[in-house]
Write a protein that binds this ligand. Structure first.
Ligand code: KIV
Ligand code: ZN
Length: 407
């Protein structure tokens, strides 16, 4: 008897699916120009926002939130100009859930190749009672009407349930269901005050994914603040639970303690790809340049030990680490500096540095010394390192030129 055609078909189908198995794509929504800029000391003018938006486009973000159009004429102009300038990413702007905000937002965003209206209202009891002075029923109606109004202007509408993590979960499920019915294509569940923790946020997101009947009609987005230093960890937990979009900022700038840092969440997904099995469209080699552009625009540097982009992020000072990295970089490096566009693997020499690292640096900066010369230079280097925290290439050159050449 010939082969069972059903079995053969199943075999080919399974193999075809295996070969074509793609990692889930996570959309990177950058809000450096909106939530980031809202923090004191980080405001940007129109030209600066355009410069930054062009760099974000090179970086490969999926969405640029360019501002809050109704908040000021300057921000309206900035959102309009960013919408007119960038071509690849979706461009959005924040609007409260009322017709005036949404109409003004649309007037700025309509110039974009791919516009999105982003509207929001708070859904937690604390916010509804004290800030909005509205009942949950009233808030639900406002949210639905805002999304319907926005959808009449624009195909791509995102709704955010502000303070989602402190909202009643049954009410939150209802809101998500109804705004999706009203036409929202993305529903964002922010941890507005940086209050949640990974295991709790993972549960909130998985409840939404499992309980909201029409959840597959929209992308669930997460937006975490860093008040407890957990914004990146919370975002990763949410991705694991099924979120499809992460809202974040370059250098983690943003209200109070900041937002989820783009470079940290993207590199965590990249370095631990096997664990998450997701991908982003980010060109990681543009990360360092994006970070530097932002610090040069705002005049606010990141701390030296900032993950991924800080001055010390790839610097190995302890002798034992320097020796390991020189032998095999993966001993102490989980990603290469080049993978984030960092100029080079910087071995900062200091009092803990060993002879091996010192000799390697001598070679790198062009000095080939014999053993006795190395002894003299190394002794001088240790003397200097005791007085000075970090020893730079210029210091080493001075040691060689003064101590060795004069011998
Ligand atoms: O933190 C927050 O809740 C926000 C929303 C308005 C998206 O920034
Ligand atoms: Zn926020």
């Amino acid at each position: 008897r010939g082969p069972d055609l059903e079995e053969v078909g199943a075999f080919f189908y399974t193999n075809y699916m295996e070969v074509n198995k793609m990692s889930r794509k996570i959309m990177i929504f950058d809000t450096t120009l909106r939530d980031g800029e809202q923090a004191p000391g980080f405001s940007m003018n129109v030209e600066e926002k355009i410069k930054m938006a062009l760099q974000l486009e090179r970086l490969g973000v999926d969405v640029i939130e360019a501002g809050f159009p109704i908040s000021s004429p300057g921000d309206f102009e900035a959102v309009t100009k960013v919408a007119q300038t960038v071509k690849k990413p979706i461009v959005t702007g924040l609007c409260r859930a009322n017709e005036k905000d949404i109409q003004v937002g649309w007037d700025a965003l309509k110039h974009a190749v791919r516009p999105r209206i982003h509207t929001f209202i708070a859904t937690s009891d604390i916010h509804m009672k004290h800030k909005l002075k509205k009942t949950p029923e009233e808030v639900l109606e406002i949210a639905v009407n805002a999304v319907k109004f926005a959808r009449n202007l624009c195909d791509d509408v995102e709704f955010s349930a502000e303070d989602a993590t402190r909202s009643d979960l049954d009410f939150l499920c209802k809101v998500v269901e109804e705004v999706i019915k009203a036409g929202a294509k993305t529903v964002n569940l922010p941890d507005t005050v940086g209050y949640t923790v990974p295991m709790e946020y993972e549960k909130i997101i998985s409840t939404i994914m499992n309980k909201v009947p029409n959840v597959d009609k929209a992308v669930i987005s997460v937006h975490c603040h860093n008040d407890l230093g957990l914004a990146v960890a919370n975002s990763l937990a949410a991705i694991k639970a099924g979120a499809g979009q992460v809202e974040c900022t370059i250098n983690g700038i943003g209200e109070r303690a900041g937002n989820c840092s783009l470079e940290e969440v993207v590199m965590a997904l990249y370095v631990r790809k096997q664990l998450f099995d997701v991908e982003t469209g980010i060109n990681t080699k543009e990360i360092y340049r994006s970070s530097r552009l932002l610090t040069s625009i705002t005049g606010v540097d990141v701390q030296p030990n900032k993950a991924i982009v800080g001055k010390n992020a790839f610097a190995h000072e302890a002798g034992i680490h320097q020796d390991g990295v020189l032998k095999e970089r993966t001993t102490y490096e989980i990603m290469t500096p080049e993978s984030v566009g960092y100029p080079s693997n910087k071995l900062v020499l200091g009092k803990h540095s060993g002879r091996h690292a010192f000799v390697a640096r001598l070679k790198e900066i062009g000095f080939e010394l014999n053993n006795s010369e190395i002894e003299i230079a190394f002794a001088k280097f240790k003397e200097l390192a005791d007085k000075k925290k970090e020893v730079y290439d210029e210091d080493i050159a001075a040691i060689v030129e003064n101590q060795i050449s004069s011998h």
